[in-house]
Design a protein around this ligand. Sequence first.
Ligand code: ATP
Ligand code: BTN
Length: 319
Amino acid sequence: MKEHQVKLAILQQLSEGGFHSGETLGESLGVSRAAISKHIQGIQQWGVDIFRVQGKGYQLAQPMELLNEARLRQTLTSPFELIPIIDSTNQYLLDKQQALSSGQVCISEYQAKGRGRRGREWVSPFGANLYLSMYWRLEAGIAAAMGLSLVVGVAIVEALESLGIEGVKLKWPNDLYHNDRKLAGILVEMSGQAGGAANLVIGMGMNLRMSHQTEGIGQPWTSLSDVVSTPFSRNDLVVAFVKAWQQALEDYELKGMQGFVERWNRHDNFMGREVKLIMGSREIKGKVRGIDPTGAVLLETANGIEPFIGGEISLRQAE
Ligand code: ATP
Ligand code: BTN
């Protein structure tokens, strides 16, 4: 078995619950107890909390529902690849775009090099969250790409609502928030143009049950398990999100932002609130008035209501 394969097989057994001794794990996987102990350390480096009790063995600190390829294949009509260990699901699809058609999905349990906007890190521990990317060939071309993170954001919030999960909000242009904490981020990347069409990859990372011990995130964040008290399934969420994205992207191709503006504004986390827009060394303060049909954020300043758009803009709550 390859390196990752042994670790994944250990996780498969641990995810069934209870204690598993190094000896029985080793026997079932054909490796020594010492090798199991080394693999456990490697798994911990993927961000999984595992503890060991003398005489009993290893146990996961939190229950873990692994992504289940067979189960996903039964319900998902979109083509997808489940690659448990990956650098970045976005990068994977960007590298493969020549061979893909719109709607191709990549999902993963762990990203070694998950990324956010402008090369920032996206913290991606194993099995706790969702890392989901979709390739899309946008016939309308690159000018329309700015709207994509907005459209996909709306689709996710509405998909959560249809599962009975209320209160998740949108932060322009690419984040999902709950109680002013970041729950998920969306990253749209372009892999080139073919004629007028733009080849795009849309990726989302959503925290589901991330340990509060997780380090390396420089802002307030939350997980879906803090938003809802009822149980939810990672596999069901994947299905719901992929379907919602596919539908939203098809609608966007046909009708552009029409319809999405009102839907975004209903869920805007900062609607009517004082914020600042940071653009390099420039800062503009004002009240958020939603978005316009070009996907720009509308800010009410002393000059009236003005639109702002561009990948370099960051929106922050005003102090
Ligand atoms: P902007 O408004 O410019 O988008 P941002 O801080 O949200 O600002 P992004 O590039 O969108 O920046 O997201 C990356 C940032 O998200 C990281 O710098 C980190 O602060 C935060 N982050 C990283 N991993 C996670 C995670 N798993 N959950 C929540 N936040 C994260
Ligand atoms: C952000 O808030 O800046 C966007 C974060 C996007 C993270 C997702 S996780 C799946 C996909 N693969 C990546 O490397 N990034 C996106």
